[in-house]
Design a protein around this ligand. Structure first.
Ligand SMILES: NC(=O)c1ccc[n+]([C@@H]2O[C@H](COP(=O)([O-])OP(=O)(O)OC[C@H]3O[C@@H](n4cnc5c(N)ncnc54)[C@H](O)[C@@H]3O)[C@@H](O)[C@H]2O)c1
Length: 368
């Protein structure tokens, strides 16, 4: 018997469910029907995920009488671009997709973001269903309605806010995820614990063996808590005008590090882990939090084998990247910091020199 829980995300006038559990893929057709979706279904996926899970999904859709088509996008972040969205449009045209039809994203954040943009724009919007298959996609990218593709000038430059009709999160698909991909998702869950949910922090601390062993019970617990946290923040600020910024904890330094190393050295979650170390050190420097919070943060990252040090790259270049990210104004830096476990605060008057000093303590170098 599978397990199943149901969460709800409110996004303005829209409200949609997250089905969370096991053995859900095969029930996709049943779930879509229950949620009032009907007609044609266009599934977007990549070769890796389709090899593992497409048959099961298609069988589940077929059982409930959905007619279906599949578009396969090559695997990788570099294919999160407009010409691949066009490929989705081409199939949608030949399949005669209608406004009431459904586009299903079966894959990680790359497939989810790209399919979401196609769904938001084709016929000015068709129904969109997320079936996230990475841990990162399950706790982060499938919730909140941000959809996008990259442009050669930068990541996620072409996008929209477009909420799915339903999210189907099957924990069993995580069994085939590579360890490094699993850990990148864990970093986002750790972030949720550190800035939004003390009980999640405690769980991660005390149940690390079960979490690392990917036990169903542990996954259910941490994914549910993380989704609830993200859903609650999104509900308060759908279009990212204010509170939603706290989700960027660890991300400003993390993004700068990812970009400065050409997106080749670090997975996103690893860079965010290093960014969270920077954020807690700065918080302590400013006496926003007790030294204990720094110790707790470092210990948790250590427990999950996530990196904490910057490589010997130029501190000036990292700060220049943050400025590009529009995080520097009038010589002052804006960052999300912490005041305690489960809490976050936005500060926009941070001295660049102090930040540079902390980044050097973490391993960055002066000059160059
Ligand atoms: N929209 C948002 O709010 C949001 C938030 C965070 C990240 N993102 C985006 O998400 C993307 C990163 O997502 P990601 O980390 O999921 O990367 P990804 O989609 O590239 O997936 C990582 C790898 O795992 C493979 N994979 C996926 N599911 C698998 C499974 N069950 N078993 C085995 N292998 C599997 C994929 O084929 C890929 O090779 C980035 O483009 C980022 O910009 C978006």
């Amino acid at each position: 018997m599978g397990v199943e829980r149901r969460l709800r995300v409110k996004a303005g006038l829209q409200e949609y469910p997250i089905y969370l559990g096991t053995e859900l893929l095969i029930k996709t057709g049943e779930i879509l029907k229950k949620e009032g979706l009907a007609g044609k279904v266009l599934v977007v996926t990549n070769p890796r995920v389709s090899g593992l899970y497409l048959d099961s999904l298609l069988k589940g859709l077929e059982q409930e009488g959905f007619s279906q088509q599949v578009v396969v996008i090559p695997d990788g972040e570099k294919y999160k671009r407009l010409d691949q969205v066009e490929k989705v449009y081409d199939t949608a045209v030949s399949f005669r997709l209608e406004r009431s039809s459904v586009m299903v994203a079966l894959g990680g954040g790359v497939i989810g973001d790209l399919t979401g943009l196609a769904a938001a724009t084709y016929l000015r919007g068709v129904k969109f269903v997320q079936i996230p298959t990475t841990l990162l996609a399950q706790v982060d990218s499938s919730i909140g309605g941000k959809v996008a593709v990259n442009h050669r000038a930068g990541k996620n430059l072409i996008g929209a806010f477009y909420q799915p009709s339903v999210v189907i999160t099957d924990l069993k698909v995580l069994n085939t995820l590579e360890e490094r991909e699993f850990k990148t998702g864990l970093a986002e869950i750790i972030k949720a614990g550190l800035i939004g949910d003390q009980a999640l922090y405690e769980y991660l601390l005390t149940q690390s063996a079960a979490v690392k062993g990917r036990s169903t019970e542990a996954l259910l617990e941490i994914i549910e808590k993380s989704c609830l946290f993200k859903a609650q923040v999104v509900e308060e600020d759908i279009f990212e005008m204010g509170r939603r910024a706290i989700l960027n904890y660890g991300h400003t330094i993390g993004h700068a590090l990812e970009a400065e190393t050409n997106y080749t050295l670090y997975r996103h979650g690893e860079a965010v882990a290093i960014g969270m170390v920077g954020a807690v050190l700065i918080s302590q420097e400013l006496r926003l939090c007790q030294p204990k919070v720094r110790e707790q943060t470092l210990a948790l990252l250590e427990l999950y084998d996530l990196p904490q040090k910057l490589p010997g790259i130029s501190v000036e270049k990292i700060i220049a990247r943050m400025a590009l990210d529009k995080k520097v104004k009038n010589g002052k830096l804006r960052l999300i910091l912490t005041t305690g476990i489960g809490e976050a605060v936005l500060k926009d008057d941070l001295q660049l020199e102090m930040i540079a000093r902390i980044l050097c303590q973490m391993g960055a170098s002066r000059g160059g």
